[in-house]
Design a protein around this ligand. Sequence first.
Ligand SMILES: Cc1cc2nc3c(=O)[nH]c(=O)nc-3n(C[C@H](O)[C@H](O)[C@H](O)COP(=O)(O)OP(=O)(O)OC[C@H]3O[C@@H](n4cnc5c(N)ncnc54)[C@H](O)[C@@H]3O)c2cc1C
Length: 257
Amino acid sequence: MNIQTIPNSAVAAPRIERVRFELRRRSLQVERSIRLTPGMLRIVFSGDDLHDFASLAPDDHIKIFVPTPSGEVVPRSYTPRRYDAEARSLAIDFALHDAGPATNWAIDARPGDQLEVGGPKGSVIVSPDIRHWLLIGDETALPAIARRIEEVSAGARVTSVVAVTGPQEHLVFDTNADLLSLWAHRSISDSSDPSTLLAILKTTGLLPGTFVWIAAEAMVTRAIRSYLVQERGHPLSWMKASGYWIMGRADAHEKFE
Ligand SMILES: Cc1cc2nc3c(=O)[nH]c(=O)nc-3n(C[C@H](O)[C@H](O)[C@H](O)COP(=O)(O)OP(=O)(O)OC[C@H]3O[C@@H](n4cnc5c(N)ncnc54)[C@H](O)[C@@H]3O)c2cc1C
């Protein structure tokens, strides 16, 4: 493989547009659930409240409101994986893990069940002119990564590097992009260990003008972001990094500016 580490400071920062939406709360009904893989459950929702739903960026998020065992209702962040305006349906993909009200709710969801959903309250739109993408993440980032891969313009070059528990979790993406899809394997208990992702990244080229998107457990995101900035010289203006969850803490996430 041809490894390139060319700092792309000579390339102008990409255009990034922020769009805000009026915050709306919607009541949705479960239409069906589909086991995409042993560890990934898709729930498809429908409802008239979706008539004016909008999600302009693949990494938008919505809040779902789910009950805890004590009866309290708590918010959790999820990616609107696929929205069909005509059918007024919305899919959310849940990465299943040991315990948590959102995961438990998704596992138990049956057709006709109701779910309250808020947002998205905004979208961060990265220029559609980007020709190279490097998308890095774990199971929780797969819905946003899959959306990006599906939505990039034809011919864009996309490399995805995703940590999952094994080949049974690999997804096949439907895309017009020139896609290289790489998978790192580790157990769920090792999901805050960045080493398998880093091992792949160390043999992955990084062309100037590549937009890097990272979302995973926060320690993993931090380690990968540091590696790409400090050792590969990738500019922060060409990167968006988020901790989508934090090991050992409920409803926790972290933004990296
Ligand atoms: C912007 C954004 C978009 C997101 N999109 C998605 C999405 O589309 N699909 C998705 O599955 N997740 C997504 N997530 C991550 C999701 O919000 C968290 O995993 C959330 O904590 C799950 O809620 P829970 O109620 O199941 O567990 P919580 O009650 O929040 O956590 C309970 C325990 O489980 C641990 N935990 C949480 N998530 C995981 C995990 N994935 N693996 C192992 N342990 C975990 C926590 O550290 C805690 O110890 C997104 C997060 C953000 C910030």
